[in-house]
Design a protein around this ligand. Sequence first.
Ligand code: IDP
Ligand code: MG
Length: 141
Amino acid sequence: MKNMTFAMIKPDAVRNRNTGKIYDRILTSGFSIVSAKLLRMTKSQAEGFYDVHSERPFFGELTEFMSSGPCMVLALKKENAVEEWRKTIGATNPDEAETGSIRKDFATSIGENAVHGSDSDENAKKEIGFFFSESELIANK
Ligand code: IDP
Ligand code: MG
């Protein structure tokens, strides 16, 4: 699945009314939206999604934040989608994010950094599967 990645518009960006502006970046950067929905994660869903970070000192803060309001989850398609989307969103810390990247323009801090992007093809598959059923994806592929 080298042409798909998983993205989220995080609760800070939804709250700050940046969903439309970020959709525009997605589309003008050449991604197709295979599937999308707005949802609010429970704390335990957020803990499940970010399980790899469970030992990190910011895990509590991160899962509180990610369950603090609705976020938009998306399956995106483009050639080399994982790498391309990571380039489009920029570095985790907005202070280090590249000019013109989504995080540079919309993140407020290292924690509340506007968007998520998968870090490998394997994790993209897992993360898409965490939120979308096969039938929600097949119709649009
Ligand atoms: P990534 O989202 O760029 O892949 P990760 O290191 O995988 O970055 O971290 C996952 C998320 O955890 C980040 O996007 C951010 O929301 C949060 N996070 C990472 N480092 C910190 C930190 O030092 N303090 C608070 N939150 C953090
Ligand atoms: Mg990550």
